[in-house]
Design a binder for this molecule. Structure first.
Ligand code: HEM
Length: 451
């Protein structure tokens, strides 16, 4: 990277951004970056997730960033990570600016993200730059926001969810394995249509390649697996009567540059974050009976609960951009093109110095405008590259949770998700266990626990 330039003149102009000392860089790398990478940024590694939750490693990263902001102020900090420099944002205003200016001087196609995702979705809009990006974005919006808003899609989605929720019946302990398997069937039906319900090979291929993606450019590309994944996906789009989003893909005009099947791969991959948030939402509601009662009665509130789970434990722990041009920053310094810019979501979402509700389950913030007003709260990102799949995720997860909430639930694992104490900043969804509580005939039911 080239050096930093001054702009303008006068005493107020500094020669560059605040730079993290080598000690701060080590602390950020070891306490923030390393635990995140070890858990897997593209597909989670359950054993490491368990260990990270036991140690609450996200709290370590938050403490380092809090300390940095306390000492150096709210401006962005340039950090030298092993092999790369990155500008870490510490203020909501800077986060807003970067999200808003995505596509102008910041690209979503950051170098590391591209290395990770290109294992299974080269040509996905998220890692596309240049003219093709606008066309691909338009295609994504047409399918995911316009077609998916139509009644036929909602009906197909609800039918898939209801049928797959059935086996998650009371009397059994609900584990992540069972919940995830059911959600996987739902995802295959929603993305590729009912014909793909039992196509576990499709999910297996995706997840193998995601495992490679966890290693970024360090893992070789497995072209044969990727070709098999793409061919399998294309078959569902080419069916005489495709279902789910595949039907909308067929109905949407696309130029050669769009590469619809590559866009579909992103949807299939991104959907895998939804069960994590939905399962943790169920755990939270099991421990918050008042909120559970309201969620049963009000779909908008239930969706707010899902969003709140995403705020508390964002599945995209950091939103990353690369600068595509020189960018000017307060203080008069200029950041060169090609620098990574990091929006640390799991820090911003739990910013206890700004947010009174930082470490509590408070779905109301999604209904009264408080979360909306904070640009640093962005579980689905924001701005021109905001997630166009958000409504589909909320529809799917809220429909599934509404099915499950026809009974009370008890958390039977050691997770502490109740209102009695601040919520941990790292959660292990894979070891969360719940038991359905069937109301006995005398009307007295075992109440959900306050873990
Ligand atoms: C809980 C589930 C999901 C979460 C938390 C989520 C979150 C996000 C976030 C944070 C981004 C921005 C990423 C970045 O800038 O690096 C994003 C982008 C995107 N998401 Fe999602 N997403 C989810 C599910 C989905 C689903 C199911 C779909 C499609 C059906 C989808 C479609 C997309 C697309 C196409 C983009 C790229 C937008 C662009 O580059 O213009 N997402 N999502």
């Amino acid at each position: 990277m080239t050096g930093f330039r001054r702009t303008g003149g006068g005493a107020a102009v500094t020669s560059g951004p605040t730079r993290a000392s080598w000690l701060d860089a080590v602390r950020l790398s070891v306490l923030g970056l390393l635990p995140t990478l070890a858990q897997g940024v593209v597909i989670r590694r359950p054993l490491v997730v368990g260990l990270a939750a036991a140690l609450d490693t996200n709290a370590w990263g938050c403490r380092v960033l809090d300390d940095l902001r306390e000492r150096r102020g709210p401006g962005p900090v340039l950090v030298t990570f092993p092999g790369r420099k990155g500008l870490v944002l510490l203020s909501a205003d800077d986060a807003r600016r970067v999200l808003d200016e995505t596509g102008i001087s910041f690209t979503t196609a950051n170098r590391e993200k591209t290395a990770a995702l290109s294992h299974f979705e080269p040509d996905g809009v998220l890692i596309t730059q240049g003219a093709a990006r606008a066309e691909r974005r338009r295609f994504n919006e047409t399918v995911l926001e316009h077609h998916a808003a139509e009644p036929w899609f909602h009906e197909a989605c609800r039918a898939a969810v209801r049928e797959e929720a059935g086996p998650l019946t009371p009397g059994h302990e609900l584990t992540w394995k069972r919940f995830h398997a059911a959600y996987q069937r739902i995802v295959r039906r929603i993305v590729f249509g009912d014909a793909a319900r039992d196509d576990e090979r499709l999910t297996e291929l995706r997840d193998k390649l995601r495992g490679d993606g966890n290693w970024f450019m360090l893992h070789r590309k497995r072209h044969r697996l990727r070709a098999e994944l793409f061919a399998r996906a294309q078959r569902y789009i080419d069916l005489a009567e495709p279902g789910g989003l595949a039907r909308a893909v067929r109905a949407t005009a696309a130029t050669a540059d769009v590469k619809p099947v590559a866009q579909v791969q992103h949807w299939f991959f991104a959907f895998d974050a939804a069960p994590i948030a939905a399962y943790l939402t169920l755990g939270l509601l099991a421990c918050h009976p008042e909120q559970a009662a309201r969620a049963r009665a009000d779909d908008a509130y239930l969706r707010a609960c899902v969003l709140e789970s995403q705020r508390l434990w964002p599945t995209t722990v950091a939103i990353v951009r690369d600068t595509t041009a020189e960018t000017h920053w307060p203080g008069g310094w200029v950041l060169p093109a090609g620098t990574a810019v990091i929006i640390p979501c799991s820090y911003f979402h739990r910013d206890a110095r700004r947010l009174s509700y930082a470490d509590r389950f408070e779905p109301e913030v999604w209904l009264d405008g408080r979360a909306e007003a904070e640009w640093s709260i962005a579980p689905f990102s924001r701005g021109p590259a905001g997630c166009p799949g958000r409504d589909i995720v909320l529809l799917t997860s809220a429909t599934l949770l509404a099915e499950l909430l026809d009974r009370d639930w008890l958390v039977t694992s050691a997770h502490r998700l109740g209102p009695g104490r601040l919520l941990p900043r790292t959660a292990d969804h894979t070891s969360l266990r719940l038991r359905a509580v069937t109301p006995p005939s005398d009307g007295f039911s075992e109440r959900p626990g306050f873990n």
